[in-house]
Design a binder for this molecule. Structure first.
Ligand SMILES: NC(=O)c1ccc[n+]([C@@H]2O[C@H](COP(=O)([O-])OP(=O)(O)OC[C@H]3O[C@@H](n4cnc5c(N)ncnc54)[C@H](O)[C@@H]3O)[C@@H](O)[C@H]2O)c1
Length: 254
């Protein structure tokens, strides 16, 4: 129970990585606010957590709108008295030749993957600054915020921006007892990614070959670090961008 009595918000908790982090946090004793766009999916995950004896609340949010994130943080604070952990996980991916990328698509990706992270940090910090206990923020970025991948201009630029925001805000708020860190995953086998693999649309063999550990990541590979960063055991860690990618971003040979 490493997160006993903590209150956490997880954005993008309706599926994939966010859903798994939310369930794991509840297992570790946290009260979890599941925030995403899909009310039905969120409600069923909240019920699952409650049925196992945990505490969960489902709230809809659009991370592109600062007032929407602000409302989620306010509701969390009014229901549970505070906010200890903010996971800015919601994101979209976009693969397209840069010369033809439409301004509206570029904008949509940046609004979700970069602006959404900033608004999430901002709203969380406003609450955490009002608490003596401070809090911790974890941004889920990507290895593609560290190294470049063709045809992913909006995604790479957003994730690199999220990594820089992580460092900048960590420095800005360190003295105020707020820690800000990022997890930068490599390819992770979520239901969505498995679906793409099943349709033969992801070159799994080439990805495995390019990865020093020789495999695609599983969602479980992210949960340990997500718990560690949220717990008091990482109390001197802030401003860190941690790749969890089987060595992909470290590798620079042939
Ligand atoms: N799966 C991977 O291989 C991988 C690799 C690196 C980084 N990531 C990052 O991890 C995060 C989660 O990815 P995933 O694979 O679980 O994706 P996913 O598509 O399975 O889930 C994304 C979640 O974000 C939510 N979301 C999207 N736009 C939103 C918005 N405007 N407002 C509120 N919620 C919104 C969706 O509803 C969903 O709940 C993303 O930031 C992604 O970039 C994923």
């Amino acid at each position: 129970m490493k997160l006993k009595d903590k209150v956490a918000i997880v954005t993008g908790a309706s599926k994939g990585i966010g859903k798994s982090i939310a369930i794991r946090y509840a297992e570790e004793g946290a009260t979890v606010v599941l925030a995403s766009r899909s009310e039905d999916l969120l409600a069923s995950i909240a019920s699952r957590i409650q049925d196992s004896g945990g505490r969960a609340l489902a709230l809809t949010v659009d991370v592109r709108r600062p007032e929407s994130l602000e409302a989620v943080v306010r509701k969390t604070a009014s229901e549970f008295g505070r906010l200890d952990i903010m996971i800015n996980n919601a994101g979209i991916s976009m693969v397209h030749p840069s010369e033809d990328l439409k301004p509206e698509d570029w904008q949509r990706a940046l609004e979700t993957d970069l602006f959404g992270v900033f608004y999430g940090c901002q709203s969380a910090a406003r609450q955490m600054l009002s608490q003596a206990s401070g809090g911790c923020i974890i941004n889920i970025s990507s290895m593609y915020g560290i190294i470049a991948a063709p045809m992913r201009a909006a995604y790479c630029a957003s994730k690199a921006g999220a990594n820089m925001l992580t460092k900048l805000l960590a420095c800005e708020w360190a003295a105020k007892n707020i820690r800000v860190n990022a997890i930068a995953p490599g390819y992770i086998r979520t239901e969505l990614v498995q679906g793409i693999i099943d349709k033969g649309m992801l070159p799994v063999g080439a990805i495995q070959k390019r990865t020093p550990q020789g495999r695609i990541g599983e969602v479980d590979d992210l949960l340990g670090i997500a718990v560690l960063l949220a717990s008091d055991e990482s109390s001197f860690m802030t401003g860190a961008v941690i790749p969890v990618d089987g060595g992909w971003s470290a590798y620079g040979y042939l």
